[in-house]
Design a protein around this ligand. Structure first.
Ligand code: GLC
Length: 437
């Protein structure tokens, strides 16, 4: 099997799942100024050390997190096993800079894996390729390292290969000690640190050997900025199985130049930060998230939505509220998300279509006046039901629509041009059953 066929096979469940939970958690939850705080503020390792000394998230209860994810309709999760700061949430034998070595003393990754699996969710590991703690990771003069301008490190010798051994060893640990892992999420490549600079082919061979079914993202070659060879018709071994647009939804489904679909997953925060940042009050709404999830699905992509637990180990209340609200919509409408693909029909003016075989889901995102015109399906709709409650919608052309013969029409009720408003729901879904072709 070629790389493209293999990736299709590996990502099948993933593309059906559509909706996942991202969890960004590390020492940076204590300063509470996002995950990049050490780099943003060019903070020294000595100054950062206090957070390691303090780390003790006594409320950590991943069973609660897993329940929140499940109730929101999420099918998988990805946890930062190590973010750029270098602190490991797992019990690695290659470092002392790990949760098991703090007051807290627990292997956070182990408990996460057990809890999420118990809820029937697939589990993924985020692993930062960058490491601002490791003594052999380039610091002075690096683009992002907190010590990039720190003269103290100017002449310090660093052996990057030693760091790469460390990285490879830790990936081996993560993929050996925690059973079947469903997703591997590397983050990220940049100038001078790209694919083979990470000894990428060797790394991917190991990953595939240890976990043949794992879906690996595309950031061993790319980042939010560039997606790498996965976008070509000749992807490299390091290309990964899916790409990850960050805080953006592609304008159309992603394809290679010859038209092959490229699996993708958009990652979003609930405010503007990945790590816990109480001062960031730019919160998205549940309705916005539902609509964006629908948009991703309608373009053949997934959405992974971030939560940012506190230093005590709680997902913030406002984030739980959003998850709950999204869950209410999913409870009634998830059939229009799971297993759905881009529709064969053109995008309707009032919203979007998603499709699964002969089920076409009309996501009515605008307030409508009168009957709703369905483009592309004239003469093909057998029946129409509101997805939320299974109630019948009238398939008929009202007398006021006679001038528009190219469309099929659905009506909410009698009179046959009655209007409805979507104020109370983020998205009204109409399930249309199509005649077989
Ligand atoms: C960015 C950031 C990182 C974050 C990631 C999630 O590339 O470097 O902080 O974890 O996006 O997509």
């Amino acid at each position: 099997m070629g790389i493209i066929e293999e990736r299709k096979k590996r990502t099948e469940w993933f593309m059906d799942a559509r909706f996942g939970m991202f969890i960004h958690w590390g020492l940076y939850a204590i300063p509470g100024r996002d995950a990049w705080v050490r780099s943003d503020e060019e903070m020294s390792l000595e100054d950062y050390e206090q957070y390691f000394e303090e780390w003790n998230p006594v409320n950590y209860d991943p069973k609660k997190w897993a329940k929140a994810a499940k109730n929101a309709g999420m099918k998988y999760a990805v946890l930062t096993t190590k973010h750029h700061e270098g602190f490991c949430l797992f019990d690695s034998q290659y470092t002392d800079y790990k949760s098991t070595n703090t007051k807290f003393g627990r292997d956070i990754v182990r408990e996460y894996v057990d809890a999420f699996r118990a809820e029937g969710l697939k589990v993924g590991f985020y692993y930062s390729l960058l490491d601002w703690h490791h003594p052999d990771y380039p610091a002075y003069g690096d683009m992002y390292h907190p010590d990039r301008n720190n003269e103290k490190y100017k002449d310090k010798k660093r052996d990057f290969n030693k760091y790469l051994d460390y990285l490879h060893n830790q990936v081996r640990e993560l993929l050996t000690n925690y059973g079947k892992i469903d997703i591997l999420w590397f983050d990220f490549s940049y100038k001078g640190h790209f694919a083979e600079d990470w000894r990428g082919t060797e790394l991917v061979r190991m990953v595939r050997e240890l976990q043949p079914d794992i879906s690996m993202n595309a950031r061993l070659e790319g980042s939010g900025e560039s997606y790498g060879s996965i976008m070509t018709d000749d992807p490299k071994v390091t290309a990964g199985d899916f790409t990850c647009p960050e805080m953006i939804i592609p304008m159309k489904g992603l394809r290679t130049p010859s038209g092959t679909e490229v699996p993708w997953e958009a990652c979003f925060t609930m405010n503007n930060c990945w790590g816990y940042t109480p001062m960031d009050i730019h919160k998205k709404t549940a309705s916005q998230i539902v609509r964006k999830l629908v948009e991703c699905t309608s373009k053949n992509g997934n959405m992974i939505l971030n939560v940012s637990p506190t230093a005590k180990g709680d997902i913030p209340k406002w984030q739980l509220n959003i998850l709950e609200e999204v869950g209410e919509w999913m409870h009634e409408n998830s059939e229009s998300i799971y297993g759905c693909r881009m529709s064969e029909f053109e995008k309707p003016e009032w919203g979007r279509y998603t499709q699964k075989g002969n089920k076409l889901y009309a996501h009515v995102l605008d307030e409508c006046v009168g009957a709703i015109a369905l483009p592309g399906v004239k003469g093909r709709v057998k029946k129409a039901r509101r997805l939320c409650d299974g109630s019948e919608m009238l398939l008929m052309t009202p007398w006021v629509a006679k001038e528009f013969p190219g469309y099929e029409f659905v009506n909410y009720g009698k009179p046959d041009y009655c209007s409805f408003s979507i104020e109370s729901t983020p998205d009204n879904v109409i399930e249309l059953t199509l005649e077989d072709k």
